[in-house]
Design a protein around this ligand. Sequence first.
Ligand code: C5P
Length: 287
Amino acid sequence: MTASRRGTTRPVLTAKAFAKINLDLRVLDVRPDGYHELRTTFQSIALADTLTFRSTRTPLRIECDDPACPAGRRNLVWRAAARMWKAAKRRGLPRGLTIQIAKRIPVQAGLGGGSSDAAAALRALAVIWRVQISSAELHQMASELGADVPFFLEGGTALGVGRGDRLFPLDDIARAWVVLVIPDFAVNTKDAFGWWDRTRGRLRGADSNDLQAPVAERHPVVKRLVAALKRGGAFHASLSGSGSAVYGLFPSRPGALRAARALDGSGRRTIVVRTLDRGECRALAAT
Ligand code: C5P
């Protein structure tokens, strides 16, 4: 490992953490632990944060280029590292690495960015710290970090039940182009489930995501964006997870780019990406 002029070292490893959308999301009930029983279809998309692991002599540092990304120990990546450090049977708090996160997945948008970063960190740190860990143990560790985290260990298309952490791989869907519309507000996941609690699904309607109506009640633009994506040629459009991102699926890239151009502006932005299958996620994860 050689030190550069800036005092950092060459990367030990880099990893890509892909975002997801929820193709559907049913909230079935509130559980005794306060979480909600879900049935949801996760789908990986080609939008990723990049995590770079560098060797240092200091306590673990998390650096992120997006000010909206939680710093230090509040970042899920720090907590993932603390869990893996323990599994490596090392004493005290994690040290010896700086993890830089190049954040491309919008924060608090329902795209799973924080959870995906945590899953990528778990996988990478198991390698860096040479931790012998079964996939069942890794899955357990991931689900303790957050309900969405286990999905990102595999990616692709998967059915999530329980808190969304019990996963069943599904056949890959035909590749589609995704227009993500990122509004100028964020939604806190806990708040969105709280809004669902107040109506307990009475607002459901014909949406493919049970959180869409309670979120759209507070942020009416969500409903307008879903309708606009459908008018613009999407064969499916919905809120992703608890939002605030709304997406539309298109059969072709030109069609997706056209719809994105029509929706850009007024404080929101659009991102056009394609869906990723499980094999692509695995192949592209280690950069
Ligand atoms: O698991 P995670 O910390 O990502 O979840 C964030 C919040 O979302 C939880 O504290 C909970 O309020 C809510 N949640 C839920 N039911 C789920 C998943 C998340 O109520 N299945």
